[in-house]
Design a protein around this ligand. Structure first.
Ligand code: ADP
Ligand code: MG
Length: 227
């Protein structure tokens, strides 16, 4: 693969991520890591499946014009994926940066909500919406990354859970930013108003933004009463 490595961006339990170039274009290389505590065969199968699924969904979303990385190259056997480098830094850093104006934060949160709704409108749930998996560029525009746990779904539950995960993280890791989840949800709803009802997908119809928000309320209540 014609990837010229620059610097290592991330070394996690699941993956190692490098920035660099691919045929001269800004790219990142994500390499699946062996997990010592799992049986190598099982590890290989799980990792292989997750990477194939992530790649397939990225292609689908990118073709639909969403703010997600384009897939450049894939070698599932060796667990390597090369994709477009998205500008910006993780939402978690932006929210912790005292130099960011509150206007910029609002733009970033509204844009994050819109990006999530656009993914949902394709019947795709993200499955791991932490503030590390949202990148914010210099204009406050959000792109989403890390679709290794994403899935196609038509039941409202997983959509509601996506929003609940962001809700919990904004409350727990960024409690000083008041009204953060409200701004994000405002962006989520506004995107639906801008685009109209979601189009029918091959597997059925997608829950509307207001159905997902209702489910979020329902999930919050369940968590409150049952922990
Ligand atoms: N396409 C990309 N463009 C820019 N940065 C990226 C991209 N993909 C990953 N990164 C950086 O690498 C980090 C880890 O990548 P991620 O796909 O989230 O792996 P993991 O599954 O280990 O969380 C991200 O939080 C981000 O900082
Ligand atoms: Mg991640």
């Amino acid at each position: 693969m014609v990837f010229q490595a620059g610097e290592r961006l991330h070394l996690g339990a699941e993956a190692e991520v490098w920035s660099g170039t691919w045929f001269g274009r800004p790219a990142v290389r994500k390499e699946r890591r062996q997990r010592a505590w799992r049986h190598p065969d099982l590890d290989h199968r799980l990792g292989h499946r997750r990477m194939m699924s992530e790649a397939r969904l990225l292609v689908r979303m990118h073709r639909a014009g969403l703010a997600v990385p384009a897939l450049y190259d894939l070698d599932p056997e060796s667990g390597v994926m090369i994709m477009q480098h998205m500008a910006g830094r993780p939402l978690i850093e932006v929210l912790r940066d005292p130099k960011m104006s509150s206007e910029f934060l609002v733009t970033a949160l509204v844009s994050t909500g819109a990006a999530i709704r656009n993914v949902h409108r394709l019947a795709i749930t993200h499955g791991d919406l932490s503030t590390n998996n949202v990148l914010i560029d210099e204009n406050g525009h959000a792109s989403l990354i890390d679709f290794g746990l994403a899935a196609v779904d038509y039941e409202v539950e997983r959509f509601g859970i996506d929003l609940h995960v962001v809700d919990e993280i904004l409350g727990a890791s960024h409690p000083d930013i008041e009204g953060a989840i409200e701004e994000l949800l405002r962006g989520y709803t506004a995107e639906e108003e801008r685009l109209g009802p979601p189009a029918e997908q091959t597997g059925g119809s997608v829950p509307t933004a207001s159905e997902v928000l209702q489910r979020l309320e329902n999930v919050r209540t369940r968590v409150r009463y049952h922990g």
